[in-house]
Design a protein around this ligand. Structure first.
Ligand code: SAH
Length: 311
């Protein structure tokens, strides 16, 4: 069984290398990508019955962006966040905006609404707004606030978009996404971490952040995506890999955007778009979200049976 899966992954990987070699890959190639097998070890932690999300995010109050005083006042009035954290968040927000890591008002608001400190380990929460990644246990880390904002901005989430995240980790990235659409799907391969984060979402949803009740989640190998809910309008991969997993490319909607760190450590963060050209052909385009100025080291995208894809 393992051998079959390995062989299939190798085939899929070769197909992706071909795709990566050409900016414009033909529809025939995409159609030829094999469908991934269902993974025996996956564990769905929460999905809604039917397609309806429990919480309507359009009812959320919108924080002011341009005045520290107005923002602090707004948060004190509307949200349970601790004041000292809200102050640190606004300072980091100013740096994120200065650095052009949050591109539109919606991503700025998402940053200002998300209590990053609640996704960090307790002993690290004072450092939640440092310009740094943070250890979250299980040998993995939560990406820094600038990187999370830039990757979020790169996929330009529209209300109602289905967004798939690979690598739930602490849950911070999906929490940010939950302010942009009510349909976030997130997959984590380390089962106890996936369970811990699922509990964090449940608790926070009870404590005044009902938007996190919308986040669909499972413990599984995200290499294979989440076929049952495909296609996805947007996909965000938060672990590094040396190729684009073909099942993810296949599960990306036409017109969709994927952001993924690709290559040997440290990776190039690529924005991949699947578009239909004027002749009706499906093509793949890619660009570096840092415009060639920067590479970023990510924790590796691991394989379910051990090992990883990152060199
Ligand atoms: N997005 C996370 C942090 C990402 S760290 C956050 O906001 O905190 C990368 C995460 O990807 C880790 O938790 C790691 O366990 C997970 N991961 C690695 N390989 C994976 C795979 N094949 N499928 C799903 N998750 C994976």
């Amino acid at each position: 069984m393992i051998d079959t899966v390995e062989a299939e992954r190798r085939t899929l990987r070769n197909i992706t290398s071909v795709l990566l070699c050409s900016v414009f890959a033909g529809a025939a190639l995409l159609a030829g990508v094999a469908t991934a097998p269902a993974r025996a070890e996956e564990k769905v932690l929460w999905v809604p019955k039917g397609d309806r999300s429990p919480f309507d995010i359009a009812t959320l109050p919108r924080p002011p962006l341009d005045s520290r005083e107005a923002y602090l006042e707004f948060m004190a009035k509307n949200r349970p966040d601790k004041k000292e954290m809200v102050i640190k968040r606004y300072d980091r927000y100013l740096a994120v905006v200065r650095n052009r890591d949050a591109w539109r008002d919606k991503e700025k608001r998402a940053f200002l609404m998300t209590p990053r400190e609640d996704f960090a380990l307790e002993e690290k929460s004072a450092r939640a707004y440092d310009h740094a990644f943070l250890d979250i246990g299980y040998g993995v880390t939560i990406s820094g606030p600038h990187l999370v904002s830039r990757m979020t901005s790169a996929i330009d989430v529209q209300p109602g978009d289905k967004v798939l995240e690979i690598g739930t980790g602490s849950g911070y990235q999906s929490a940010v996404l939950s302010y942009l659409t009510d349909k976030v799907y997130s997959i984590e391969i380390i089962e106890p971490l996936a369970e811990r984060t699922s509990k964090t979402y449940e608790e926070l949803a009870q404590e005044g952040y009902p938007e996190y009740a919308n986040i669909r989640r499972k413990a599984a190998d995200g290499y294979y995506g989440w076929q049952e809910f495909a296609p996805f309008d947007k996909i965000i991969v938060t672990a590094g890999i040396d190729h684009i997993p073909p099942p993810l490319l296949q599960q990306l909607a036409v017109g969709g955007i994927m952001v993924i760190p690709v290559g040997p450590f440290p990776q190039v963060v690529l924005k991949i778009q699947k578009v239909r050209d004027k002749d009706g052909n499906i093509t793949i385009t890619r660009e570096d979200i840092y415009g060639g100025r920067k590479k970023v080291g990510f924790v590796p995208l691991t394989k379910a049976g051990g090992g990883n894809w990152s060199k």
